[in-house]
Design a protein around this ligand. Structure first.
Ligand code: V47
Length: 379
């Protein structure tokens, strides 16, 4: 078989020309990207698009996730994290436990805390700004990336405030940006089938748009590998792209690989490496106006994440330390990787690692030593 035959079989000839001319890809192009059996040709195209934007640089951050509680009013079918009060594995961290994790993160040299949780059945709204303020007052060096659009919407309901006022209060308390979770698949069919109690797709887009307009930058995600169809994933990516045209507030796109264990849709099984690579490549090509595409190694494995770095991704998330959402759903990856290991994974892929803050400014490596915070400085 000649290389020409592979190019023909890939169905990507015209799309390749469009990508070269920096022309926007259509819905039908998106379907073709999902349909092609030629994963290497797809990856090469996405790598080209990524390198035109980001060169050979790959970002990572030194971060820590804090999942403050898994008690949740919702019962989404893809989720193994959410529990009800009285369930054996339901938990909530006290403020002291949250501050202890923040201290460890600070002393361990982290630059970011990624803070999300379930829709807690009893916390009053005031808990959330108080949580941020308590961390910020002690560790102002840490960027607080917190709360998905789903949580923000819930806080608006709890407080009676507008979404904008909720966001402004959180920013005043220390919120630096928002992660991209909760988007799942932005179509009504999937929403009705597997997470109908949760905010719908239009609402997710609306709340994120409001965040962008009040100056809060966010990430974006797509949960793939369950009941969604290719056309629904293309619709999802185009919706994100359209919002980005309007607001420019998305920093990163992150495909999330569905982990089925302990969920009511466990029978669907786990999609494997090629699916993770394809989502990265299609995301890079379709979502042409997002600056960065992240392979989240916790969900893909470091091995697959490394391959994704050669096929469209320019970011690998961070050191993480403790992760519950995917691990309660059967993830076998570790919860922590060292900064040195992340750099090695990136270098081995032929890329140049850079330590970054949450909003993609380059930071010094190695980072200057951090002294323990003197007790007198603690509020
Ligand atoms: O919102 C829930 C998804 C998200 C499962 O913005 C599941 O930098 C897989 O959004 N299998 C949380 N996924 C993770 C997330 C994230 C992660 C890393 C970085 C960033 C960022 C964001 O995980 C949830 C939901 O969409 N999720 N259950 C599951 N069983």
């Amino acid at each position: 078989m000649s290389i020409e035959v592979i190019t023909d079989r890939s169905g990507l000839r015209e799309i390749r020309q469009k990508v070269e001319r920096e022309e926007r890809l259509s819905f039908e192009d998106g379907l073709a990207l999902y349909a092609t059996p030629e994963i290497a040709a797809l990856g090469e195209l996405a790598d080209f698009a990524n390198r035109r934007r980001n060169g050979l640089r790959v970002g990572y951050n030194v971060n820590r996730h804090i999942n403050y509680s898994n008690l949740c009013k919702l019962s989404c079918m893809f989720c193994a994290f959410a529990k009800k009060r009285g369930d054996a594995d339901g938990y909530e961290f006290s403020m002291d436990e949250i501050l202890e994790r923040s201290r460890e993160a600070y002393e361990g040299g982290a630059d970011e805390l990624h803070i999300v949780g379930g829709l807690h059945p009893d916390y009053p709204w005031e808990v959330y700004p108080a949580m941020l303020r308590a961390i910020r007052d002690r560790y102002p060096e840490l960027h607080l990336k917190g709360f998905t659009a789903v949580e923000i919407d819930y806080f608006a309901e709890l407080s009676g405030l507008s979404h904008e006022d909720v966001l402004r209060e959180l920013v005043d308390a220390g919120l630096g940006s928002m992660p991209g979770g909760g988007a799942e698949i932005l179509t009504d069919r999937v929403w009705k089938k597997i997470y109908r109690d949760k905010m719908g797709p239009d609402k997710w887009i609306d709340v994120i748009g409001r965040a962008h307009r009040v100056g809060v930058r966010t990430n974006s995600t797509m949960l793939h590998g369950h009941i969604e169809r290719d056309d629904e994933k293309v619709t999802h990516l185009i919706r994100l792209r359209e919002l980005q045209d309007e607001t420019g507030g998305f920093m990163t796109y992150i495909p999330l690989r569905f982990h089925p264990e302990n969920t009511p849709i466990q029978r669907l099984g786990l999609v494997q490496g090629v699916s993770s690579v394809r989502e990265i490549a299609v995301g890079r090509l379709m979502f042409d106006n997002v600056p960065h595409v992240k392979t989240y190694w916790i969900m893909t494995s470091l091995e697959v994440a490394q391959i994704c770095l050669t096929m469209g991704a320019d970011d690998i998330d961070g050191t993480v330390v403790e992760e519950k959402i995917t691990h309660m759903a059967g993830a076998r990856t570790p919860e922590h990787v060292s900064e040195e290991d992340l750099r090695r994974v990136i270098t081995e892929a032929g890329r140049t690692p850079y330590r970054r803050d949450t909003v993609y400014n380059e930071l010094a490596y190695p980072a200057p030593e951090r002294a323990p915070r003197p007790v007198s400085a603690v509020a």
